[in-house]
Design a protein around this ligand. Structure first.
Ligand SMILES: Nc1ncnc2c1ncn2[C@@H]1O[C@H](COP(=O)(O)OP(=O)(O)OP(=O)(O)O)[C@@H](O)[C@H]1O
Ligand SMILES: [Mg+2]
Length: 290
């Protein structure tokens, strides 16, 4: 984004500030390649389509592919912002459905092990935009590592994606166990992706929810079951998100239902103004001794 474009985006976004803070949602998985990025992109696009102000941030630094899935090219990334201390508006892009997004970029060993100066800059920039969005969505890399776990824990909610494959389920279990070992109260939603049919999908989910309840004592809420659909691969190849380019596909219809289900659930929930993502992240980092 050019500086003039960034300035006009800043003005546009700032004039539409919310009184509340954005809700932050982390998309995570245990095993990689289960569909996190595709789901995060299409979920965000559909939320935007339903009138929400959404910012999608690619936190899979070095391996991010959000911009490819959106069919766009970001001029600047989080890595550029931190290297050159750029304002966050300079790295923000506007995608389809008015979705705002920020690319991760590459060349930074990790966003999650920054020196204090850079981390403070990141938090300051992040804080300056939280009132401008309803939702900020993080697409995390595979497996929240020890370093990135704080970003997940500081989020308001996290969405765990798994496929029905036993290896993916086992890794999702480990991830959930890991998250709740730090924060038992973390709201976690499950998405089962690539289900061969709804009946089998429901059975897999019920078994998984039982295991989680029995061994971890947590009620895992189901957000939705998404089908195996060739439209996903086609969308990746064409670099055209399926909720837009192929909105009659099974997967697009399922995502739309899932987003509607999600936003309905949210209607009764008040945003937590007392403690914000940035406060929580700072606390976690302080306790970690940074
Ligand atoms: N519902 C689906 N139906 C068919 N194919 C799918 C589906 N979901 C995902 N895929 C396939 O899986 C591939 C990986 O998806 P994606 O990149 O979204 O996974 P990821 O979890 O973000 O991976 P990583 O852990 O590497 O970030 C896609 O390119 C697509 O081919
Ligand atoms: Mg991904």
């Amino acid at each position: 984004m050019t500086h003039d474009q960034a300035e006009s985006l800043r003005r546009k976004i700032e004039t539409s500030k919310n009184p509340k803070h954005a809700k932050t949602i982390s998309f995570v998985s245990g095993k990689g390649g289960v569909g996190k990025s595709n789901i995060a992109v299409n979920f965000s696009l559909e939320l935007s389509n339903q009138g929400k102000k959404v910012l999608l941030i690619d936190l899979d630094i070095g391996m991010g592919n959000v911009e490819i899935l959106l069919g766009l090219q970001a001029k600047k990334t989080i890595v550029n912002m931190l290297q050159d201390f750029l304002p966050i508006y300079d790295i923000m892009e506007v995608g389809p459905n008015n979705l705002n997004y920020i690319a991760g970029g590459s060349g930074l060993t990790s966003l999650f092990s920054l020196d204090e100066n850079k981390m403070n800059y990141f938090l300051e920039q992040y804080q300056s935009i939280v009132q401008s969005f309803d939702y900020i969505i993080f697409d995390m890399g595979a497996g929240a590592t020890q370093a990135s776990i704080e970003f997940v824990l500081a989020s308001d909610e996290c969405i765990v994606i798994t496929t029905p494959e036993p290896t993916s389920i086992t890794d999702a279990y480990s991830m959930i166990k890991h998250i709740i070992s730090y924060k038992e109260s973390m709201p976690i939603y499950l998405v089962l992706n690539r289900a061969d049919n709804p009946k089998n999908g429901e059975r897999t989910v019920a078994r998984f929810q039982n295991v989680i309840l029995q061994f971890l004592g947590v009620e895992l809420k189901l957000l939705g079951i998404l089908p195996e659909d060739k439209a996903v691969t086609a969308a990746v190849i064409e670099q055209a998100p399926f909720v837009i380019a192929n909105n009659r596909s099974q997967i697009a219809k399922s995502i739309k239902r899932l987003v509607t289900h999600y936003t309905r659930q949210q209607e009764g929930v008040q945003a937590n103004e007392a403690s914000t993502f940035v406060d929580r992240l700072k606390n976690l980092l302080i306790h970690k001794g940074r």
